[in-house]
Design a protein around this ligand. Structure first.
Ligand code: NAP
Length: 254
């Protein structure tokens, strides 16, 4: 397999399904070796089998992004297996939606932990290898919810926080040949949006239809749409694009 990510190693958190899997697939298709961590063991096994059958080099490990020690250990293992980590995609995410007056401490904390602490843990763990090799691409998955979204005080805060994190890493790490950028998806059909439909008690196809009615390109997003933007930031040739947030939402968002 040859492509623009030939010889590159990509580390994708929460990459066993949905957007993360789409990203892993795109990078693997273009030649990258991919390391996927996730807490969903069943989905991890499936992705391992699927990628291996396709002839892609894949490493999978059950690890929780919130646990710094686990993340450090797995990053180290990937570097000893593949020799480097060139691309980090902070994608692992959860939602615990509720209106502010009903939101629990745990709803708030879990969302902060997975998105913010998780991205911090993974970025801190990989940066030392990226700095040593004077090359790296860090891509954080934000959301249009960063602009504010009803019922998502926790998630919107975390996703806006990730944009500040992205820009700060861009400033700190740029001189080491490392760029940091963010992709902010709009409505993407995944298990996450299926869970939202279920929570609000709407059939998923109706939920998709409702969301599509507000999207200028008149269709819903797919994991491939996000993977395409990630692949742009991950490209060696994108070395002058740093600290940016691209909204991939079928229309203007910011
Ligand atoms: P998804 O289908 O739920 O996939 C997320 C994956 O992350 C799941 O496999 C999940 O495991 C895993 N995960 C959750 N907590 C984790 C942890 N602590 N450590 C490691 N892995 C963990 O969601 P998605 O829709 O693909 O979303 C991917 C990213 O895009 C998220 O950051 C999300 O916030 C963002 N996003 C999504 C949309 C959208 O419309 N779908 C829009 C904007 C932004 P479990 O299956 O066990 O939960």
């Amino acid at each position: 397999m040859s492509g623009k990510f030939n010889g590159r190693v990509a580390f994708i958190t929460g990459g066993s399904r949905g957007i993360g899997k789409g990203v892993a697939l795109r990078l693997a298709e273009e030649g990258a070796k991919v390391a996927v961590i996730d807490i969903n063991e069943e989905a991890l096994n499936e992705v391992q089998t699927e990628f291996t059958e396709k002839g892609y080099e894949i490493y999978t490990k059950k690890a929780d992004v919130v646990n710094a020690e686990e993340v450090e250990a797995v990053v180290q293992e990937v570097v000893s297996t593949y020799g480097a980590i060139d691309i980090l995609v902070n994608n692992a995410g959860i939602i615990r939606d509720n209106m502010l007056f009903k939101m629990t401490d745990s709803d708030w904390q879990q969302v902060m932990d997975v998105h913010l602490k998780g991205s911090f843990n993974a970025a801190r763990a990989v940066q030392k290898y990226m700095v040593d090799q004077k090359y790296g691409r860090i891509i954080n998955i934000s959301s249009t919810s960063a602009l504010g979204n009803r019922g998502q005080a926790n998630y919107a805060t975390a996703k806006a926080g990730l944009q500040g994190f992205t820009k700060t890493l861009a400033i700190e790490l740029g001189k080491f040949g490392i760029t940091s950028n963010s992709v902010a998806p709009g409505f993407i059909e995944t298990e996450m949006t299926k869970a939202t439909a279920e929570r609000v008690g709407v059939d998923f196809s109706e939920f998709v239809k409702f969301n599509v009615s507000k999207i200028p390109v008149a269709r819903s997003g797919k994991p491939e749409d996000i993977a395409n933007a990630v692949a742009f930031f991950a490209d060696e040739k994108s070395s002058f694009v740093n600290g940016q947030v691209i909204y991939v939402a079928g229309g203007p968002k910011a």
